[in-house]
Design a protein around this ligand. Structure first.
Ligand code: NDP
Length: 453
């Protein structure tokens, strides 16, 4: 059989759509990767013959389970839990857990698929997985969160393990939730192992893990700007989100001399033309993470700022943009506003925050644009380092880990350039293509080595 005898991209996507009805986010993610991978494998018969992409786009396993818990009023509540184990060709499944009412199987399948390529790009031995629940942690008491996490882990523990599958945090899952889940895992199994990452420092967590995704997205941005002889210093940035990734991205932009103009949440965005310094960023971290109050109150504390309900920050003129909230938070209109206002670089902190039409706008304009699977890989990279420290029963210093993070982000950047240089219509680097192809090659070659399994 020759390459020409195999299915083309549209036939392949028709099959994906047929096998995954209604799973729009998953289909979107597979299309985005497949367009680039099909071009790359056009003359490579072995990848076609072994159906490598078809196999990566079919999760190894999906576990779905009932999670019962009792709220503070004695009501019995029922949620759905999932773990999608997408691919473990290059290492144990690895990827976060998301607790959010919007969680569906489609969203977790897209995230696990993306994670497979992202983890491959880090250069560390980690496969791709993702999980979570439609549980909404907002407004719940600490005891309710604890009971939910314990119930969730009472099923999940059968499917995870330090050499099998190592979950971490994501939207709605931070240090508190990881602590409750780790405690339950330990209680059920009577084993103290590195089964989760993002743990507290007292019980096997790694320094720099909390900051790693946001800082990493800014390091990637810096690497892209350096290819043009530019830097972050003196540039203005709009950031969406106000959670873990967004606040640490804001912190690093500020540290490197940039001016952070916005953060946002699901209710609107905050605009501070004077820029957000460390004091302001600390206020946001506390307001969202500890007080769990409204972002709008910022305007009462810091004069000159405005709260813009129901809107996204892309309308604010800036040099740099970091979407750090959630998937599909920016469409064609948002991307056109950014480009029209002179934005020169976009680095994704969130996973798939820009939809396919938005990405086309950036590619056509030829601006620097980094997809999340490359630019937000710093979090999972430090999770990989947490796994190494747990296996070796050692802890590395903050300086060592900061250096590791910077080096890994630079390596990911350079790998994207290796596969994406000159591939945009205007001759610039196509970081999306670079990330998709480089992420694919490593996983694909491992799969070829294993034969048909
Ligand atoms: P958090 O839960 O800490 O914060 C999420 C933020 O996004 C909140 O500000 C939330 O606002 C906002 N948000 C959620 N849904 C929407 C929406 N529909 N519209 C607008 N804003 C919304 O999550 P993280 O910061 O950890 O994660 C953010 C993104 O980064 C996700 O895409 C995640 O997958 C990705 N990511 C995270 C990593 C990590 O290490 N944590 C690693 C790699 C990627 P509100 O408070 O109103 O809900």
């Amino acid at each position: 059989m020759s390459v020409a005898d195999h299915v083309d991209l549209e036939q392949f996507m028709a099959g994906v759509e047929k096998r995954n009805p209604g799973e729009t986010e998953f289909i979107q993610a597979v299309r985005e990767v497949s367009e680039d991978v099909f071009e790359y494998i056009a003359d490579k018969e072995q990848y076609h013959h072994h159906q490598i992409l078809r196999r990566i786009a079919e999760p190894d396993r999906i576990v779905s389970f009932r999670v019962c818990w009792e709220d503070d009023n004695g009501n019995i509540r029922v949620q759905r839990g999932y773990r999608v184990q997408n691919n473990n060709a290059i290492g144990p499944y690895k990827g976060g857990l998301r607790f959010h009412p919007s969680v569906t199987q489609s969203i977790l399948k897209f995230l696990a698929f993306e994670q497979t390529f992202k983890n491959s790009l880090t250069g560390l031995p980690m496969g791709g997985g993702k999980g979570g629940s439609n549980f909404n942690p907002k407004g719940k008491s600490d005891n309710e969160i604890m009971r939910f996490c314990q119930s969730f882990m009472t099923e999940l523990y059968r499917h995870v393990g330090e050499d099998t599958d190592v979950p971490a945090g994501d939207i709605g899952v931070g240090a508190r939730e990881i602590g409750y889940m780790f405690g339950q895992y330990k209680r059920i199994t009577n084993r103290f192992t590195g089964v989760l990452t993002g743990k507290g420092l007292e019980y096997g967590g790694s320094l720099v893990r909390t900051e790693a995704t946001g800082y990493g997205a800014v390091y990637f941005l810096q690497n892209m700007l350096e290819t043009k002889g530019e830097s972050i210093s003196g540039k203005s940035a709009v950031i969406s989100g106000s959670g873990n990734v967004a606040t640490h991205a804001a912190e690093k932009i500020h540290q490197l001399g940039g001016k952070v103009l916005t953060v946002s949440d699901s209710k609107g965005y905050l605009h501070d033309p004077a820029g957000m310094d460390q004091e302001k960023i600390d206020w946001i971290k506390r307001q969202k993470g500890v007080v769990r109050g409204s972002l709008a109150e910022y305007t009462d504390v810091f004069a000159g700022s405005s709260w813009n309900p129901g809107k996204t920050p892309w309308e604010v003129a800036c040099d740099l943009a970091l979407p750090c909230a959630t998937q599909n938070e920016m469409d064609k209109t948002g991307a056109e506003l950014l480009v029209g206002n002179g934005c020169i670089a976009v680095s994704e902190g969130a996973n798939m925050p820009v939809n396919l039409e938005g990405v086309k706008v950036f590619k056509t304009a030829g601006i620097l644009y980094a997809p999340g699977k490359a630019s937000n890989a710093g979090g999972v990279a430090v999770s990989g380092l947490e796994m190494s420290q747990n296996s070796g029963r050692i802890s590395w210093s903050e300086d060592q880990l900061q250096e590791h993070l910077k080096t890994i982000m630079k390596d990911i950047h350079d790998t994207c350039v290796e596969y994406g240089a000159g591939r945009l219509p205007n001759g610039e680097c196509d970081y999306v293509k670079g990330a998709n192809i480089a992420g694919f090659v490593k996983v694909a070659n491992a799969m070829l080595a294993f034969g048909v399994v």
